[in-house]
Design a protein around this ligand. Structure first.
Ligand code: 3PG
Length: 420
């Protein structure tokens, strides 16, 4: 079933020079003027492939970007802390080169021995990467005999360091890339039913295509987070624009378009009900029935629960921070009926513990369910890590934007080079 990708066993890697393309776009934290890796999940997820390469005496040249330095050498985005962390994990030297191209880099690469690990500096320090300059694809490809691609989280971008190298060298997937596609693919191709999708997060603009693509495949889509405000507004509940997304003129114009899309989506599922068991006949697209509101005027962070039933306006002096307890209970009862769950995006402003209750209740319900549970990375992964729930989920993706792209039904640009 699904997509057949080229894997490590499809290529003879013995003693080869390998461009190991990873997505080490990890959070860095500053401590006394120095940076450290804040979360090494993405480094850990590449270790299995790296060990495989070392066991075959490859010369491993690591390539990634970190952050968005925009083609400018920016010390705060150096891979130095990443190389250090990788070296600690793998217990071998990892030599970070002071650049991406040039004679010094080339000399170092030519001196590599089998099982050496070298990391090129952040490829987004290169203006050539930013400008999609094919010369960079040529230069990078010249460093190696083949590409082992394990950078799912960066696979939705079309750059010299992604499609550029893949189009020029024999390429296969590493273990992490293969497991991402194996986990996410069935959501689109052959879901098991009941299939429940839980979507939250701040921005509807990131999620609209995802909702449109998953809605026909899922039995139920549960909406939370600030994302829900757009749908509540589309349903006719007046909600301040500032709560929805940004305030600039351009954004307001964009919002209008997004509302139109939200309205279309609402219309397309109007009167579609799903029966998930006795007493549980629910609409296909479920919106919150209550919200936790935080006073904008009170200095004491006053909160209250606003029941949405029968309302056409929401009080203006309050900010809406979380789904309310009734919504959390409803969503939890729905996910418990599922056989397959996909979840992306916190359901409230979880950066503050007092507004994490709704997300936590639903997360625990998913964790405790018998369903196969798949989580799209980014903030959701961070939430699960913070609450030590990650192990209770079947699969937690390392991708952020890449998950959204993939599940929106757009083919990831790298895949055409990695298919069998
Ligand atoms: C990620 O970490 O999800 C990617 O590295 C982000 O890539 P982008 O900066 O192009 O969105």
């Amino acid at each position: 079933m699904g997509m057949k990708l080229k894997s490590l066993s499809d290529i003879d890697l013995k003693g080869k020079r390998v461009l190991f393309r990873v997505a080490y776009d990890v959070p860095l934290i500053e401590k006394n003027g120095r940076y450290e890796v804040g979360d090494d999940t993405r480094i850990q997820s590449s270790i299995k492939t790296l060990r495989y390469l070392l066991a075959r005496r490859c010369k491993v040249i690591i390539l990634t970007w970190l952050g968005r330095p925009g083609g400018v050498v920016t010390p705060a985005y150096s891979l130095a802390p990443v190389a250090k962390r990788l070296s600690e994990i793998i217990k071998r030297d990892v030599a970070l080169l002071d650049g991406i191209t040039g004679p010094v880099v080339e000399k170092k690469l030519s001196e590599m021995n089998p099982k050496d690990i070298v990391m090129l500096e952040n490829v987004r320090f290169s203006p050539q990467e930013e400008h999609h300059d094919d010369d960079l694809s040529r230069t990078l490809s010249g460093y190696a005999d083949c590409v082992v691609f394990d950078a799912f989280a960066q696979s939705h971008r079309d750059y010299p360091s992604t499609t550029g190298i893949l189009s020029r060298l024999p390429s296969v997937c590493g273990y992490d890339m293969a497991s991402e596609i194996a986990a996410l693919g069935p959501l689109l191709i052959k879901p098991t039913y009941p299939f429940v999708v839980v979507l939250g997060g701040a921005k509807i603009s990131d999620k609209i295509d995802l909702i449109a693509n998953l809605l026909p495949k899922a039995d139920v889509v549960l909406i939370g987070g600030a994302l829900a405000h757009n749908f509540l507004k589309a349903r006719g509940i007046k909600i301040a624009a500032s709560l929805v997304e940004g305030q600039s003129l351009e954004l307001k114009r964009e919002q209008k378009k997004l509302f139109a899309v939200a309205e279309d989506i609402m219309r397309s599922v109007k009167d579609t009900y799903v029966n998930l068991g006795p007493g549980l006949s629910i609409p296909k697209l479920v919106l919150p029935i209550d919200l936790v509101a935080c006073s904008k005027v009170s200095s004491e962070n006053k909160t209250k629960i606003i029941n949405l039933e029968g309302r056409t306006t929401l009080p203006w002096n309050w900010t809406y921070m979380d789904i309310g307890p009734q919504t959390a209970a409803l969503y939890s009862s729905i996910v418990k009926k599922a056989k397959l769950i996909f979840w992306n995006g916190p359901l409230g402003y979880t950066e503050k513990r007092e507004f994490a209750a709704g997300t936590l209740e639903v997360a625990k319900a998913i964790a405790g369910s018998h369903a196969r549970s798949i989580v799209g990375g980014g903030d959701t992964e961070g939430f699960l890590r913070a609450y030590r729930l990650k192990k209770s989920f079947s699969y937690v993706s390392t991708g952020g934007g890449a998950v959204l792209e993939f599940l929106s039904g757009r083919e990831l640009p790298v895949l055409s080079y990695l298919k069998k």
